[in-house]
Design a protein around this ligand. Structure first.
Ligand SMILES: [Zn+2]
Length: 395
């Protein structure tokens, strides 16, 4: 399954707000024929809205009956509806009921005040009214959104693609592991015991920090959080389509093999570019099994080159993935880095340079700090391994 930008009008593969493409299938026959939206709850989670809202919206716009079964995770629109049509209607839903009317950020919560539905924006702090004449507004008033929990967690606790899900309590990471060597065991225990610093866990709350600095930071994140120089690097030719975006689009179309992705990178003149690896990590790693994906895409990540710059970009790409897309996996940083090391994607020296200080280049400074903390076990292990090596060498 592939991820697409929540704002499809934004053609930027670095755009951090992604959602899964709608998947639908036709079931039944004759009068009972219906369109089942199989991943409505995933899509809705990415938008921080209950799945019933976009489903109901489709029904209203298409003049069709809908069936909402939260218990069975079934979301159905009667009749036959093309996937493209539904995706376009979702764009309308997003514009009307998700995006901040002022800054277009999708990081909003719905708040009901005096019978009016407002989008509370986490990026600029504004509250903007939704179209109260739309019939969905009546539905929302009757079925108000669940209250935002203090943790900042919006929808289901396993939300994987929510643009602003907070840090959930760390699940015992050992559940998924089979390689239980000493380091892994240590890391696992540590991660399970580590208390996540939740001092900023309420930053997406209704009373979120709207100080100038916080707003500026989120705005930067909105813009893709790259420095101006970096964006210039590939944006100075405004006439042509950005090759990085083209690569991102190609990957998110899905169903391309790694070989094809590399061939495409070559066509686009990116086969030696370190920044291409960031696009690949951002667009290709679309589920939480990061270790499995590192294994299966290792040779693709290695093919772009192994210079210090390449390795730095790859680490940045993973920092971004952990900080922005899967913050709940940050406690697993040491595992993930170990896999990068074992797959010869990032070497010792690059890890040691990286470990020297957190940066806010790829994710917020707070997240970068956390990722550095969670990587400590691995970095320490690397340093010790290096000492052992040099002892052996001196013989
Ligand atoms: Zn806003």
């Amino acid at each position: 399954m592939s991820n697409i930008n929540i704002r499809r009008d934004v053609k930027d593969s670095f755009y951090r707000y992604k959602m899964p493409r709608l998947v639908s299938k036709i079931e039944g026959k004759g009068n009972g024929i219906k369109t089942v939206i199989s991943n409505m709850s995933d899509v809705a989670r990415a938008l921080s809205r209950p799945p019933s809202y976009p489903t109901k919206f489709f029904g209203i716009e298409l003049g069709a009956q809908v069936k909402i079964e939260d218990k069975n995770d079934r979301y159905i629109v009667n009749g036959v509806h093309e996937a493209d049509k539904l995706q376009s209607l979702l764009d309308v839903f997003i514009t009307k009921f998700v995006l901040c009317a002022s800054c277009k950020s999708p990081e909003t919560d719905l708040v009901i005040k005096d019978g009016t539905i407002l989008r509370q924006c986490m990026a600029c702090g504004k509250r903007t009214e939704v179209d109260m004449r739309h019939r969905l507004s009546i539905y929302i008033l009757k079925n108000p959104p669940p209250k935002v929990k203090k943790s900042g967690q919006h929808a289901a606790p396993d939300s994987s693609s929510a643009p602003h899900n907070g840090i959930s309590d760390s699940k015992n990471p050992s559940d998924e592991d089979d390689d239980q060597d000493e380091l892994t065991r240590q890391i696992t225990n540590d991660a399970a015991n580590l208390k996540i610093d939740d001092s900023d866990s309420d930053r997406w709350d209704i009373d979120a920090d709207v100080s100038e600095e916080a707003v500026a930071r989120r705005q930067r994140e909105l813009a893709g959080s790259l420095t101006l120089d970096e964006r210039d690097e590939f944006e100075n030719d405004l006439d042509s389509k950005d090759p990085y975006d083209e690569l991102g689009d190609f990957i998110t179309e899905g169903s391309h093999s790694d070989k094809e992705i590399f061939a495409k990178s070559k066509d686009l003149g990116l086969s030696k570019k370190h920044r291409a690896t960031i696009v690949i990590i951002q667009c290709l790693f679309t589920n939480k099994d990061i270790l499995g994906q590192i294994q299966s895409h290792a040779s693709l990540l290695r093919s772009f080159g192994d210079s210090e710059k390449h390795q730095k970009s790859i680490l940045g790409g993973f920092e971004r993935l952990l900080g922005e897309t899967y913050p709940e996996l940050m406690p697993r940083t040491s595992h993930i880095f170990k896999a990068l090391y074992e797959e010869d994607i990032v070497d010792e020296d690059s890890f040691l340079v990286w470990s020297e200080k957190p940066s806010k280049k790829y994710t917020s400074r707070e997240n970068s700090k956390k990722i550095h903390e969670y990587s400590e076990k691995f970095i320490q292990w690397l340093k010790e391994a290096e000492e052992d090596d040099s002892e052996e060498d001196s013989d």
